[in-house]
Design a protein around this ligand. Structure first.
Ligand SMILES: [Mn+2]
Length: 376
């Protein structure tokens, strides 16, 4: 039996440009920490082959410290064969980390955009692959049957895109996979992952990214651990996901219709957090919806500050005020005039304009009442 660990898309040193500087640095530390956890798993479980199917680095941002960490971790497992297929974010170029840095002798890196192979005869495995040598690759290099060694396990480790036949990131179709003759294809590029799927005689999977980097990459992330056997009865595999992510992204919509106070909003959010079991590993984005009292002006900053159990909370307020139109219409003060002025927008056909007008009404009425709309 051969033990493999299939990973991809670590995106070490990712800039996290949408976050403030200290949070981005903390998240980069999380990426490195997830990588170290993966390497610890390799060591503890005596993994025979670690397959890294591209985008290990964000090429233009890779730091000396991260490269030093990676080479140090790789050197700690000299008995594990580490195979790297450079992807679109870390292509093999003259200035790339892969070309410029010295990696330990157990590390095998594909350098050409055409097919090549690393043969590990001691364990009966051939690992095929290719490298992105620029940020895009228009054509899949493994189309068509190859003369594969019938007795060895034939694995392809590759960065490519099965989601579109016209992708700029090495388009791969299921027909290409079914035709390929490989026993297992370890893919990288699709960060959400794809569970092991059999087409023809070939099993392929996307491990997904090692650590989510934004709300589109929700939930815990990790790698695929596989136990592979090939004998006179053919190829058999047992593959399961292993979690390595430090944090997880989560998004929810929360209807707070009827809420009157800041405390009620916080309570509703806290209930959601407890229900879902979110803690200091969670970056949570909540979109508030529903109709609330026009006196309630929600300050996302104040709510975010009052809930401390999460790694981070981001609040988006899409609630609409439940105002008493009749009372406002007949209000003889400036409130009535303000309402009349906003009415065409409040009742207009453009939903974004309606939302903005509702927000303006809420802030305006609060300002007229001298309500403190920042801290309430
Ligand atoms: Mn990627």
């Amino acid at each position: 039996m051969v033990k493999i660990l299939h990973t991809a898309d670590m995106h070490l040193d990712s800039p996290f440009t949408l976050m403030d500087a200290s949070l981005s640095e903390a998240r980069r530390a999380d990426l490195r920490s997830a990588f170290s956890a993966l390497m610890m798993y390799v060591k503890d479980n005596k993994i025979d082959i670690l397959l890294i199917a591209g985008d290990m680095f964000e090429h233009e941002y890779a730091t000396k410290e991260t490269i030093a960490l990676v080479t140090r971790e790789f050197a700690k497992v000299p008995e594990c064969r580490i195979v790297i297929s450079p992807g679109n974010h870390d292509p093999y170029t003259p200035s790339s980390v892969y070309k410029k840095c010295q990696f330990p002798s157990n590390v095998h890196i594909f350098t050409e955009p055409t097919m090549s192979v690393f043969s590990f005869e001691d364990i009966g495995v051939d690992v095929y692959g290719y490298a992105f040598t620029s940020p895009s690759m228009e054509r899949c290099p493994f189309i068509g049957k190859k003369p594969l060694h019938p007795e060895r396990m034939n694995i392809l480790c590759a960065h490519g895109d099965t989601s579109s036949p016209i992708s700029k990131y090495c388009p791969i179709t299921e027909a290409d996979i079914a035709d390929s003759g490989y026993d297992y294809i370890a893919l990288g590029h699709i960060h959400t992952g794809k569970e092991p799927t059999k087409v023809g005689d070939t099993v392929y999977a996307y491990s997904g990214c090692l650590e989510g980097r934004d709300y589109s990459e929700s939930g815990h992330k990790g790698a695929l651990y596989g136990e592979f056997i090939k004998d006179e009865n053919g190829f058999r595999q047992n593959i399961r996901p292993v979690r390595f992510s430090r944090r997880r992204y989560a998004t929810h919509r929360l209807n707070i219709t009827g809420a009157h106070t800041h405390e009620e909003v916080c309570e509703a959010i806290s209930r959601k957090i407890v229900d879902k079991g979110y803690g200091d590993d969670t970056l949570l984005r909540i979109t508030l919806e529903g109709n609330v009292s026009p006196d309630l002006v929600i300050s996302p900053v104040a709510v975010e500050r009052s809930i401390r159990t999460l790694y981070s909370l981001e609040l988006i307020d899409h609630t609409l005020p439940l105002y008493d139109a009749e009372a406002l219409r007949s209000d003889p003060t400036i409130k009535g005039a303000f309402f009349e002025a906003l009415l065409p927008l409040l009742e207009g056909s453009d939903p974004e304009q309606r939302e903005n007008a509702a927000l303006a009404l809420r802030y305006g009425l609060a300002a007229i009442d001298n309500a403190d709309i920042i801290d309430f």
